[in-house]
Ligand binder design. Structure first.
Ligand code: HEC
Length: 253
């Protein structure tokens, strides 16, 4: 059907809608055929329009929903890896281990001092070392796997377990595995011993790491003695409170 014809029909329709009276009557009184054909053609055009309109509306709707969803649900990735079990940092009764651990190594001398608390840490550390089990054994005389047997690792020199081929980085490390060296290594193996072949992200949670180190220590026949507890941090917060409050008091005017 030629375009001109269609346009003409649209024009005729518009005119008819504007003023029905002016529309010339069909030549024959009973000739409703052309009228029906006109309306039928218009309807099919209208139907096409509504189909296009529906498609357009759906596309727009999807876009709008997507944009809204993005703004409502901004992705909020956690900074800490979620696969490490989160264990509350509740120390055992009365050991005074609640001192905040900011920077620096944990206060092993304090955390391991109380026997009951130490036993708890060892048990928890044993559970936590399940993630090491694909690469390490922990029993005395246990086999080397991807990593060396760790039964007596606490207190021994790095890269010194017989029958295991260490990386060059580990052989050149020169550390003795003890409280702070293990803490640093297990926190981030690749950053502490650059070039290590231990493909393990590390135990980022400090409580978890303290527990793992307690377990390693419990396996060693002659672990190094506990370090002295770190000095208590000065209660600086209460002293600073007064002057800060005074300075913050608004002066009238
Ligand atoms: C994907 C395997 C893998 C996992 C998981 C793994 N390790 Fe290792 N580990 C190794 C390898 C390999 C080495 C030897 C590293 C080297 O030579 O650089 C190693 C070395 C070590 C060492 C030094 C041993 C020595 O004799 O000097 C310690 C300590 C250690 N791992 C502890 C752990 C602990 C604790 C865990 C779990 C929290 C763990 N590793 C998880 C593979 C692994």
């Amino acid at each position: 059907m030629p375009v001109r014809h269609r346009l003409g029909r649209w024009a005729a329709l518009g005119a008819a809608r504007a003023s029905r009276i002016k529309r010339p009557k069909p030549a024959r009184a009973d000739s409703r055929g052309p009228m029906e054909e006109d309306w039928g053609g218009a309807m099919s055009d209208l139907r096409m329009n509504s189909v296009f309109g529906a498609v357009l509306a759906s596309v727009l709707g999807v876009l709008v929903v997507g944009t809204l969803a993005d703004s409502f649900f901004a992705p909020d990735f956690p900074e800490k890896a979620g696969y490490l079990p989160e264990v509350a940092a509740t120390p055992g009764a009365g050991a005074g281990a609640a001192a905040p651990q900011q920077e620096g190594p944990p206060d092993f001398g304090r955390l391991y001092a109380d026997p009951a608390q130490y036993a708890d840490l060892v048990a928890r550390g044993q559970r936590a070392t399940a993630v090491c089990g694909s690469c390490h054994t922990f029993d005395a005389g246990g086999a080397n796997r991807i990593g060396p047997n760790l039964n007596n690792v606490f207190g021994r020199a790095a890269a010194s377990h017989g029958g295991f081929t260490y990386s060059e980085a580990m052989r050149g490390n020169g550390a003795t595995w003890s409280y702070d060296t293990l803490d640093a290594f297990l926190r981030s193996p690749s950053q502490t011993v650059r070039g290590t072949s231990m493909a393990f992200a590390g135990v980022r949670n400090t409580d978890e790491r303290v527990a793992v180190i307690a377990y390693l220590r419990s396996l060693a026949p002659n672990p190094p003695a506990l370090p002295a507890p770190l000095p208590e941090p000065a209660p600086a917060a209460t002293e600073e409170a007064a002057p800060t409050d005074a300075a913050a008091t608004p002066t009238p005017g």
